[in-house]
Design a protein around this ligand. Structure first.
Ligand SMILES: Nc1nc2c(c(=O)[nH]1)N[C@H]1C(S)=C(S)[C@@H](COP(=O)(O)OP(=O)(O)OC[C@H]3O[C@@H](n4cnc5c(=O)[nH]c(N)nc54)[C@H](O)[C@@H]3O)O[C@H]1N2
Ligand SMILES: Nc1nc2c(c(=O)[nH]1)N[C@H]1C(S)=C(S)[C@@H](COP(=O)(O)OP(=O)(O)OC[C@H]3O[C@@H](n4cnc5c(=O)[nH]c(N)nc54)[C@H](O)[C@@H]3O)O[C@H]1N2
Ligand SMILES: [Mo]
Length: 770
């Protein structure tokens, strides 16, 4: 198998991809419009053919249809949906899943695992849906077919032979349904471990940690309806045009209602600048709607200093004219710690602030003025805030600023972390967490009659560290692509190869299937679009979106093969072999009837009473959220907490850049749909680094040159070879390149403080000429 010349042992992704040279054009100034619709259908027809495309897109995000497997952006009220309530990204995700292509036993007979490992992530994803359980025996070169019964025996044999259940790790990616997630954590806890890392550990963990400490709940406090009533919406560290495109419709509505939008982002993202709504004729042909009124091109990691400065300006303005800026009544009755916070922010160092943010004082003052003038402010954020060393403190600084003006628990206001995977929030609600509170564990014991282990388990980073120590014996992945999504790629691969058994429940092939333990299993599951028929009838699953709405999703397509099983059936099938006698769980019945699973959930998980009835109401139901609903806060003080922490300066040695790792417009996390990043004007090849023309000049490089990117962390270096330089209008001293090609540059020990999220957004790097 041919490999491109720049393959190194440290770079398992630099493999044969049918790509050409990178091409860079002017970045776009607007998102969506006709090209988005055209692209959606191109992807659909390519993968599914025309009739299926029409059928599938017609059911996407409709009441009584299926939930989009792409992002976690909420759906409008049931009566209020467009005929095509989806976006280009969703269309790609669905086409990818509902493809007619198939990976069958002949495919595996033709391709030894070693050859599959040489293929790119893109190629693996193009081969089609997995169709039957496959097994790689010890010493084997090819995956061979295996029955479900035999697969279950293999897993149970390995797991039962472990000296301690903690030698196994059970990962979850965020597409898993509530029902499957609940049963999965139940099986894992019945087996005897809390080793339940998930993708959230690498995603919004910092948001959860920050907000739990401060407002007593880790979830966002803004509904769609509320968002459209905002007077000011600040979008920091998020690229909604690509990663939550349906959000643009709501931003457009907010804008029509008079909202001001401010973008805080080192990159000029098209989707934040202007939106041509493909759902309206005007959007298709007209100029669209300008979104951001102000665009603050902040330096990577500068948000902590920015929000501290805004807090400073609000507090000192209030000092100068008491009663004009802050919501004193809210601060006095609903918050704690204001005096300490105000004392900490009254003095700030403007020189340090300007260095940290790369912004002019006037820009920051203008932002503060926007806050002063707004009676209802929403701040949205995503990975640009969560994946930094000081992410938790940064998010708390954002919440401090919101609290000053009472911007929580009223229409048009609140913190709005925009989640990633379509059910990542629901999985956590269902108990996928290595440190679920004792109340939850007690409820499990009450319902099922066994005591779950109480020691905390490992999160994603601790799993990587254990893999590094060759201390994981069995790795089980419920979805996802752990081998590529994590830092220190070569270390993770060595650790997975040292396992006795690796297992992946997946819809399609990915790298994690080619980085195998001594033995390995691939278990093919149904996706969101597939019909799930059991002896008890058609089964629907439920999911929770970013704003806490829980609703049903029912697939209608014929499954890729009659050997594919639902995640629910896969878990219960294994549990029947692994933990048949632990507590009183009727695994067999649960495997066939999601209503029964929901009955259990209704008695274990708070706020899910009467689950089956409520989720069948049109649109489902909204989970309660005390700060949002009634300005009550489950914190030790019973109030929302102002928390003032130091604002450390990110040191950047001479000749270095801060590198962020981002998503292109043609990928879903580690799934690569294609090689273009349309809005950023890049095509042909993903191995590019975006650097400002000034920095290129200063460092003595020019556009088109091929370089190695070398990261520096605590005296260690990591190298990613063969990246083409693109001159791009990003903030000064900053660079950007795509994930997961750049995960080789990330260090497992480089994490966000307190949330333990891998740092993916401000790596210190240097460029080396090849
Ligand atoms: N089509 C598509 N949709 C997706 C995904 C996908 O891969 N493809 N992934 C899903 C998942 S799991 C997630 S978590 C979300 C991710 O959604 P995003 O968080 O939007 O994804 P990223 O590509 O990581 O983009 C980070 C954004 O933050 C900016 N940024 C980076 N660092 C900083 C900083 O220090 N300060 C500020 N102010 N901005 C910064 C970047 O320039 C970029 O615009 O999307 C979800 N939806
Ligand atoms: N450098 C860098 N690293 C990052 C990030 C970053 O911004 N930069 N972002 C982080 C973030 S926010 C996240 S969320 C993680 C994502 O990490 P993961 O969630 O582990 O990765 P994905 O690429 O989303 O997983 C894709 C795989 O899921 C499987 N799959 C798809 N649908 C289903 C389904 O319905 N059921 C099952 N069982 N499997 C399915 C398919 O086989 C597919 O190959 O990556 C993190 N890693
Ligand atoms: Mo994510």
């Amino acid at each position: 198998m041919a490999t491109s010349p720049d393959v190194t042992s440290s770079d398992p992704l630099a493999t044969a991809d049918p790509t050409g040279a990178a091409e860079a054009h002017e970045p776009k100034q607007w998102a969506a419009g006709l090209p988005a619709v055209a692209n959606s259908f191109r992807h659909g027809v390519e993968q599914m053919g025309l009739p299926r495309t029409a059928r599938v897109f017609g059911r996407l995000n409709q009441d009584q249809g299926f939930d989009c497997p792409s992002c976690a952006w909420p759906d409008p009220e049931a009566g209020d949906r467009h005929v095509a309530e989806f976006c280009e990204s969703g269309a790609k995700a669905v086409a990818w899943e509902a493809t007619k292509r198939r990976v069958d036993r002949d495919f595996f007979a033709r391709h030894p695992v070693s050859a599959l490992h040489e293929q790119s992530e893109w190629w693996l994803g193009q081969q089609g849906r997995l169709t039957e359980p496959m097994y790689l025996p010890a010493g084997g070169t090819h995956y061979v077919p295996v029955t479900w019964g035999a697969a279950n025996e293999i897993m149970a044999r390995h797991l039962k032979a472990l000296p301690t259940p903690d030698d196994a790790v059970f990962y979850t990616s965020g597409r898993t349904s509530n029902e499957a997630a609940f049963l999965y954590q139940l099986m894992v806890r019945a087996f005897g471990t809390n080793n339940l890392p998930d993708c959230s550990n690498m995603c919004h963990e910092s948001s959860g940690t920050a907000m739990s400490e401060q407002i007593g709940i880790g979830k966002g406090a803004v509904t769609l309806e509320s968002m459209e009533q905002a007077e000011l919406i600040v979008i920091a560290g998020q690229n909604p045009g690509t990663n939550a495109p349906r959000m643009l419709t709501h931003l457009e509505n907010a804008k029509k209602n008079g909202a001001v939008i401010v973008a805080v982002n080192p990159l000029p993202e098209a989707g934040l600048i202007r939106f041509k709504n493909p759902q309206t004729p005007r959007g298709m042909v007209g100029p669209g709607t300008a979104l951001a009124d102000d665009y603050l091109q902040i330096r990577l990691g500068g948000d902590h200093a920015l929000f501290r400065a805004v807090g400073h300006l609000l507090v000192t303005a209030e000092d100068a004219a008491p009663g004009t800026v802050l919501d004193r009544a809210f601060v006095e009755s609903h918050t704690a710690g204001y005096e300490e916070y105000a004392a900490a922010v009254r003095e700030i160092d403007w020189t340090a602030t300007q260095l940290a943010t790369g912004l002019d004082r006037a820009e920051i003052e203008a932002l503060a003025q926007r806050f002063v003038e707004s009676r209802a402010t929403v701040v949205c954020w995503a990975m640009g805030l969560t994946q930094h060393v000081h992410a938790v403190n940064t998010i708390q600084e954002v919440v401090n600023v919101l609290l000053l003006q009472g911007n929580i628990g009223k229409p048009g206001a609140g913190p709005c972390p925009v989640r990633g995977h379509s059910n990542v929030q629901g999985d956590r609600t269902m108990g996928i967490w290595e440190q679920m509170p004792q109340t939850f564990l007690d409820a499990i014991e009450g319902e099922f009659g066994f005591a779950p282990p109480t020691d905390h388990g490992v999160d994603a980073v601790a799993t990587v560290q254990r893999l590094r120590d060759k201390a994981v014996r069995v790795f089980f992945g419920m979805g996802g692509n752990f081998a590529m999504a994590t830092p220190d790629t070569p270390v993770v691969h060595e650790g997975l190869r040292a396992c006795d058994l690796t297992v992946h429940v997946s819809t399609k092939l990915n790298r994690s299937h080619t980085v195998t333990g001594t033995e390995a299993l691939i278990l093919p599951c149904l996706g969101r679009t597939d019909r799930d028929a059991t002896p008890r009838g058609h089964q629907g699953v439920t999911v929770e979106d970013s704003q806490g709405q829980v609703h049903l999703s029912e697939g209608r397509l014929d499954p890729p093969s009659d050997q594919c099983r639902s995640e629910v059936a896969i878990v219960t099938g294994l549990a029947e072999h692994l933990v048949p006698d632990v507590g009183s769980v009727d695994w067999h019945a649960l495997g066939e009837d999601n209503d029964l699973v929901r009955d259990h959930i209704s008695r274990v998980v708070p706020s899910f009473e009467d689950y089956n009835a409520r989720v069948r109401q049109p649109g489902g139901f909204l989970l309660p959220h005390k700060p949002r609903d009634s300005r009550e806060f489950d914190t030790p003080s019973g109030k929302a907490e102002f928390l003032a922490r130091d604002v450390p300066m990110l040191e950047l040695p001479e000749g270095r850049l801060l590198l962020q790792t981002i998503r292109s417009h043609d990928q879903f996390n580690t799934t690569i749909y294609g090689h273009a990043d349309r809005y950023r004007g890049i095509s042909g090849n993903r191995r590019v680094v975006l650097v400002s023309p000034e920095d290129l000049h200063r460092l003595g490089f020019h556009q088109g040159e091929v370089v190695d990117v070398v990261s520096e962390f605590e005296g260690t270096e990591r190298r990613a070879e063969g990246f083409t330089l693109v001159s791009y209008p990003t903030a000064r001293s900053c660079a950007a390149a795509y994930y997961p090609e750049t995960n080789v540059l990330m260090a497992a020990d480089h994490v966000a403080l307190r949330s333990n999220t891998p740092v993916a957004k401000a790596l210190v790097v240097r460029l080396e000429r090849r």
